[in-house]
Design a protein around this ligand. Structure first.
Ligand code: HGY
Ligand code: MN
Ligand code: MN
Length: 416
């Protein structure tokens, strides 16, 4: 690698300014970001991202699910580009860094290479994946999962939100249904920078997480059918109370995850009473469950135990319960050579680091099924994420972006 390239560092202030500039799209009073996928705020940040990519000399392409690709030419265009990026959509109570850091650090890598006049051997392609969060449309990481062949484009286009709007309609409403076939654009490797969204790096005072594995995830949709009846006249023993039934299921999820711990977590994140009323016993509830573990056998054991607990609760409470697994992401093992490249770049830059398993799902976990992929983590304050208080430091974000830069240079090669 040339002398210039080996000492190269990203522009810390520019990256930090970019993160805070885009945080205005969907800014919330508590200092977070609410930018649900394919909504008006997502369009704003997408338009901004397209402009920034074009200003950096990138060719911008959009695929049929709205994922955005910014291509930087390399000396040898016959070679597949090195991919780097993440996502710009957020949770309803999202923060400034989840997904945003990885996408904007990818842009900063390009800007830094441009400033230094460096041409890489292979092309580079930065990516904003549609709907990583899975909050408005399930499943999470849907666009990169379709890219990796887990779903057809038609299937994903037909997924609907709670208001009955389909992914296809939402893409059209913001003008981001591209004409490129999903999965057509190939990569030689894919690297994603992300905040850890957990407490380990901060607790151990480590700057970089070299991510070698990702947890497996199973998502369930559940429905409880009891019986609406008068809150004042229905004796307790005669009730078929859907909410009381769900309350036992919530505790069963918590109990089962703990029983299979310490490397297992379970969450009931959504519950919707069909016809809520203060003086009606809830008769119908839809709910969701999110189960995770780095171990596939643990996921199976939790599934088994949860189903038997739910069956017992349902029969005792005379409620009908449907419980369907709608998304199963097996645990990820990232590409060992790429993980080593990240670790080597981290050591060369002198950052403290540790190997780490990702507790969160990421687009790179899907890419790992079709191309050598790996991730770089940096700490976030108190390990908090999916919360408007999500925070990270400029120093750590800069370190992560420098590791991303030097990992990409090592893989793409420096032509001049
Ligand atoms: O749910 C996840 O793990 C990701 O943050 N969307
Ligand atoms: Mn994310
Ligand atoms: Mn997230």
């Amino acid at each position: 690698m040339t002398k210039i390239a080996s000492n190269l560092q990203i522009d810390s202030a520019r990256l930090w300014d970019t993160i805070h500039e885009t945080a205005k799209f969907g800014a919330t009073p508590k200092g977070g970001v609410r930018r649900l996928t394919l909504g008006p705020e997502d369009k704003q940040v997408r338009d901004w991202f397209r402009g920034a990519c074009e200003a950096a000399g990138l060719e911008v392409h959009v695929d049929a699910l709205g994922s955005m690709f910014g291509l930087r030419k390399g000396r040898d265009m016959s070679k597949p580009p090195v991919g780097l990026g993440s996502h710009l959509d957020t949770q309803p109570t999202g923060g400034k860094f989840d997904g945003v850091l990885g996408t904007l650090a990818a842009l900063e890598v390009v800007r830094t290479l441009n400033d230094a006049g460096i041409e890489t051997e292979t092309p580079i392609c930065i990516v904003n994946w549609t709907n990583e969060e899975g909050s408005r449309f399930a499943p999470a990481t849907m666009a990169s999962a379709a890219y990796a062949g887990d779903y057809t484009t038609e299937d994903i286009l037909g997924r609907k939100d709670l208001a009955g709007v389909s992914v296809g309609e939402a893409l059209d409403s913001i003008g981001y249904r591209g004409d490129e076939a999903v999965g057509l654009r190939k990569f030689g490797a894919f690297v994603e920078l992300h905040i850890e969204q957990g407490p380990l790096l901060e607790a151990e005072n480590k700057t970089i997480g070299v991510v070698d594995r990702g947890q497996g995830i199973v998502w369930y949709d559940g429905k409880i059918t009891g019986f609406e009846s008068h809150a004042g006249t229905t004796p307790m023993p005669l009730r078929r109370d859907a909410l009381a039934t769900l309350s036992e299921i919530v505790l069963a999820v918590e109990r089962t995850a703990k029983a299979h711990g310490p490397n297992a977590v379970g969450t009931v994140g959504e519950a919707v009473i069909a016809a809520p009323s203060r003086n009606v016993i809830p008769g119908e509830i839809a709910f969701t469950v999110d189960i995770r573990s780095p171990d596939a056998k643990t996921l199976d054991a939790i599934d088994r135990d949860l189903r038997s607990a739910i069956a017992e609760i349902g029969s005792r409470r005379r409620a009908e319960i449907t419980f369907d697994a709608i998304w199963r992401k097996p645990p990820t093992v990232f590409n060992a050579k790429l993980v080593d490249a990240i670790e080597n770049a981290t050591k060369a830059l002198g950052y403290s680091h540790r190997r780490i398993t990702s507790g969160a799902g990421h687009d790179a976990c899907n890419l790992a099924n079709v191309v050598p992929s790996a991730m770089v983590f940096v700490p976030c304050k108190d390990g908090v994420s999916h919360n408007e208080l999500e925070d990270a430091t400029q120093v750590d974000c800069t370190a992560g972006a420098n590791v991303l830069l030097h990992t990409v240079l090592a893989i793409a090669g420096v032509a001049s």
